[in-house]
Design a protein around this ligand. Sequence first.
Ligand code: PLP
Length: 383
Amino acid sequence: MDRIYLDNAATTPIKDEVVEAMMNTLKKSIGNPSSPHRFGREVRSFIEESRILVARRLNALPSEIIFTSGGTEANNLILRSAVQDFKIRRILTSPLEHKAVLETVLDLAHHRRVIVELVRLKEKGIIDLEDLDQKLQNTSLPTLVTLMYANNEIGNLLDVENIGATCKKYGAYFHSDTVQAVGYYSLDMSQLPFHFASASAHKFHGPAGVGFAFIRKALGLRPILTGGYQERSMRAGTENICGIIGLAKALDLACLNLEEDKKRIEALKLYCISSLKQALPYVVFNGLSDDMVRSIYTVLNISLPIKDDLLGFELDLKGIAVSQGSACSSGSGKSSYVIDALSDPKQVENTTSLRISFGVFNQKKDVDALVLALKALMVQKGL
Ligand code: PLP
């Protein structure tokens, strides 16, 4: 049985060139990058070259890139340090954020008495800019706004420019979880209005367990991990050298082929939308995921008019991996808090949502197999 992977928003298959670069480093690197001898200096140079490469690809300064263990840690570092160092008293966010942001801000509310408020959503999960403006207007408390660039479940792209302008108007700090977007859009950090952003290598065909925080120059945050002076004293602990090499290689490759890959994946998503509409006329697309301009080209989220907690599992038995329910838990069957936040609870009760997410290795035949399998399952269930 062919195995078909359409869960790239959860993680992406690592590219051969990335594995090769990592293997070379594993074999070559003996020293601890903090050691002053030649072995250490050599390994340090690998890390610093990787930082320069990443910074160049994002038009950032090398000093603005802090390597972490992934997107979750990057979000934690930024949010917790900002509260600690900028005396942030209020965080504005949305119910559609990844748990790495939502649970962190709730923890800050609980333990640091930060006031957390959710910005109102308009139809399809669009952030209500007027509500954000009003909420920012109504306080003099130091505030941070955290809103993700591309939603990992429904694909919605943030109106970064207007949200950035609104934050600037009221002097609020702006963090964006860019985990799904890095490697998929040419992000120019010198122009984007973020103070902070986060990334994760396994979302752009790099290894899991490594990512980075973008912290704009001179913001002067202190670390949350202490016990060493690594990462310009922003993150203690001997660096994940091989992971960092893999991250830089993966980002470099993603950016090199960005336009070409984007065009191909976009065409695949469009093909999937039209094939699904034809085979399953009752299909509903969640959020903005079928809007080719306002959603990321890798994510499509659908609802089907039956309640079936095992649908993802049944597709898995047919060799097809998509995601059902909460983020990063394909086949778990639990309903998604993102879809729940978007929809009328009565409607959600009788529907099943699936996230289909594409990557550079997918082909039309993968979409054909998915649509065929879904159609067969729906017919079996009397639809
Ligand atoms: N933020 C978003 C939007 C994500 O999609 C993910 C991964 O699912 C994360 C953060 C967490 O990243 P990591 O798996 O590297 O900790």
